[in-house]
Design a protein around this ligand. Sequence first.
Ligand code: AMP
Length: 437
Amino acid sequence: MNKKSIRDVDVKGKRCLVRVDFNVPMKNGKITDETRINGALPTIQYLIDNGAKVILCSHMGKPHNVLTVGFALNKKEMKQIEAQETRSAQQELRCYFHQEAIKDKEKYSLRPVAEKLSEKLGKEVKFAADVVGAYADRAVANMKDGDVVLLENTRFEAGEEKRDEALCKKLASYCDIYVNDAFGTAHRSHATTAAIAEYGFVDTAVCGFLIEKELSVMADALENPVRPFVAILGGAKVADKLKVISNLLEKCDTLIIGGGMAYTFLKAQGYEVGTSLVDDEQIGYCKEMMQKAKDLGKKLLLPVDANVTKDFPNPIDAVVECKEYAIDAIPADEQGLDIGSKTAAMFAEEVKNAKTVIWNGPMGVFENPIFAKGTIAVAKALAETEATTIIGGGDSAAAVTQLGFADKMTHISTGGGASLELFEGKKLPGIECLNNK
Ligand code: AMP
């Protein structure tokens, strides 16, 4: 990789502003999955051990941030409005947003993460109750070498997503070195994910170990794969993965397409696919891709059979009747919700002969055990191979983890959106903004 990492700079005594991905799932104020916190630990521990002052920042969820954009009310205004017998529509709206923003301040606070992180590091992580306000100022000013401070949710600042210059400048004043280790948001260009370095407010901008690992594994597989290189794509819609399909066709030897997106390809081949998910607007595109595969001499594998049902299960995990059909025999009033057993065996065989495999997107409606068999078969094939196996985050990562195959994979990406953009061949702003080696 041509970008500098924390290993390439002297961090001793330096204030390091580290953008991490602490966007963890929460239920009733409790963290329900600590994977993202664990992913950031090697970088944080390295910085502590090397005498840096570690200032952590992250977003969490999508809070209302009207309190910070001038729509808010202070307590006195709120009381005045409450005392009135009638309120204008504008006042109603301001009261509503005020209440929502107050609720969100608690719901999306990073305070529980600071507590969890203290436990994991075995040392106090000071929590600043704002991002660039008086609490943050004080916490940063009082830091000693090896101390760790976590700032409050960056999305409480309206300027975060708007790449606000003043916000970037203020954050830059807290640090000597900017470290990006949030792979999950590396495809976003927000204040703390890229703009702070892009504007040139920090002289030194480097990546942490998580980004370094994600890039070295995925970029390496894409640029210098050990062949045969098999790419597996699934999930709902073709339209979401147009560029991914086109780019991967150029890089891989075999492209396997399963999941809902396969039906648009099958329709483009002239099959009747009943009421299966088809995007008529993309039929031309699918034809183009099939031609591209032919021209490049690449193998493009599509399902040969499907597990079919009449009505989409509601709720999604409801028990419904299903039957397996060859792809040319799907009844007109039924839809394919999983690949069939012949297809699963064919895909697994292709994986068996591969030396590098990347996978993004489930093979069917895996949320329902009846339609999870294809996804399980592919996950199992990846778990059993000696090949380099890379799971591109999102649903396929969840499926592999739930099935207990996580430690059998070479790499499971922590960023679904970011890894898809890498597969598209795009440059990620959170990485482009960093110093070159
Ligand atoms: P994506 O976010 O594009 O990776 O899509 C994941 C979603 O695709 C999952 O929620 C699956 O239930 C859905 N999906 C997979 N296969 C099918 C299918 N054959 N028909 C409808 N939805 C599907």
